[in-house]
Write a protein that binds this ligand. Structure first.
Ligand code: AMP
Ligand code: ZN
Length: 471
């Protein structure tokens, strides 16, 4: 691999060269959704960052194995399924389905494995047994099994906290808690009446796993005891990832994960977008406002993953404008018929390719990568305006954009007018026919119908172009 890929490793708080455990392979665990509601676009910021990561690794030639868990049993799924009067399975099934639909809308590549927690209870029980046998865990009077953080001196190494300096509580049963409440955490929760019909039999009586053990057990099952990359939003760093490290390293006696990557939050008006804060938009909310998955993808992709991104609908409008320019650009490239050997683009293409790769390799510096994509567009537009771009050159450029898009997943160099729905194209063609027949009243009426449907028609020398209206 010619390019050295670097990532900012949260564990050591510095940029590090990526060296996988198995040459040319990248094994990646990405904490997935808790399926108790529709994921909001803040969650999708995390999944988008992970999509960029996997696509970039593939671009650099790595074989990627990505595991994304589905948390289908935890405090929240149980609470809300009971409130809805549904079985846990029926309740979570509807949100699993919606999650996969949303991934498709955002053109997020599927992970290799999507393990559901409820299908891996056996592995979790086995892992808890190891922790008990090795003396890292204990069963308390409340019947729950807890991890004893005092037995694991490295506890706190990811979040950089020293448990000794905290207002330490003895133990905590909740899945989520704050940094200043560092405590022994639950591996196995004994059944109580709040759990209703949700429980599994275990050597410690009936109950269910804690959230943290779910990820450790499923990660090991699919990726091995030591694997390359583990990601999530910064809020996952503590306690979730800290607890995962403690359980896994205590059980296995070896490093759990070599590189921890965390993305910053998607914000709304200065606060983290969160279900609990009620300041969230689901992807469906954004679609209902007239934006599409491609536009949302562009917005979520556009900022470096470690920088906070403030979400606005104005940014979705800007995304529409930028993507519309790409559509026009690709249409012009496809229309070019000028003779020539393509040498006019050789240098600018290879410079763009190098800059794009260098940006991505530098801890997924998307701004640098996108700058290369825009710069090439700018240079090629100059050639197009001057009439000096050959058909061969245009094909080289289109091919380069297809390769950029293996990573970006948003340019769609090939769809062109195919992205316009057939019924819209039909209306536009009828309008064109009306104009040719000089029936301007009919042409105007058709233009209005297009407008109502959210499309604008522009006349050009060679006919017309339809594009989405600005909202
Ligand atoms: P959850 O379903 O709450 O477990 O969250 C799923 C993923 O979304 C985790 O990786 C979280 O860290 C991430 N996440 C939650 N809220 C945000 C946000 N506002 N911005 C970015 N990532 C988030
Ligand atoms: Zn997790």
């Amino acid at each position: 691999m010619a390019v050295t890929v670097k990532f900012f490793n949260t564990l050591n708080r510095r940029l590090e060269d990526f060296r996988p455990v198995h040459a040319s392979e990248a094994r990646l665990y990405t904490c997935g959704p808790t399926v108790y509601n529709f994921a909001h676009i803040g969650n999708f910021r995390a999944y988008m960052f992970e999509d960029l990561l996997r696509r970039a690794l593939k671009y650099f030639g790595y074989k990627v194995t990505q595991v994304m868990n589905l948390t289908d049993v935890d405090d929240k799924t149980i609470r809300d399924s009971r409130a809805a009067g549904m079985s846990l399975n029926d309740f979570t099934a509807q949100y699993k389905k919606a999650f996969f639909e949303d991934l498709r809308t955002l053109n997020i590549e599927p992970a290799e494995v999507y393990p559901a927690a409820t299908e891996h209870i056996g592995e979790m029980i086995a892992l808890i047994k190891v922790l008990l046998d090795k003396g890292y865990a204990y069963q308390a009077e409340d019947g729950c099994v807890y991890f004893s953080i005092a037995k694991f001196p490295e506890y706190g190494k990811l979040a950089k906290i020293d448990p000794a300096n905290q207002r330490s509580r003895v133990r905590i049963k909740n899945d989520e808690y704050a940094k200043d409440a560092v405590a022994d955490f639950a591996l196995w929760k004994a059944w109580d009446e709040n759990d209703g019909a949700v429980y599994w039999e275990s050597p410690w009586g009936k109950g269910r796993p804690g959230w943290h053990i779910e990820c450790s057990a499923m990660a090991m099952r699919y990726l091995g005891r030591t694997f390359d990359l583990h990601t999530g939003g910064v809020d996952n760093m503590f306690p979730h990832h800290e607890d995962e490290i403690a359980q896994s390293e205590a059980a296995n006696g070896c490093t759990y994960v070599n590189y921890w990557l965390h993305c910053a939050h998607l914000m709304v008006d200065g606060s983290k977008m969160a279900k609990s804060a009620g300041n969230f938009y689901t992807l469906r909310d954004c679609l209902a406002k007239g934006y599409d998955g491609r536009e949302l993808r562009y917005v979520l992709l556009g900022a470096h993953y470690r920088k906070q991104l403030n979400f606005t609908f104005a940014a979705c409008g800007q995304a529409r404008a930028v993507l519309g320019k790409f559509d026009e650009f690709f249409a012009r490239l496809r229309e070019t018929e000028t003779a020539g050997d393509g040498s006019e683009v050789r240098e600018i293409t290879s410079a763009a390719e190098d800059a794009f790769a260098a940006g991505l390799a530098d801890d997924l510096n998307i701004s640098a990568a996108l700058a290369a994509v825009f710069h090439l567009q700018h240079e090629v537009n100059k050639l197009l305006d001057a009439g000096t771009l050959s058909k061969t050159g245009a094909e080289t450029i289109l091919d380069r954009y297809r390769k950029f898009d293996q990573v970006l997943g948003v340019l769609e160099a090939d769809s062109g007018s195919a992205a316009v729905p057939a019924e819209i194209l039909a209306l536009a063609e009828q309008r064109q026919a009306a104009r040719t027949a000089r029936d301007f009243a009919a042409a105007d009426a058709l233009r209005d119908r297009l407008k109502e449907a959210g499309w604008t028609i522009e006349d050009s020398a060679d006919g017309f172009r339809v594009k989405k209206s600005t909202l």
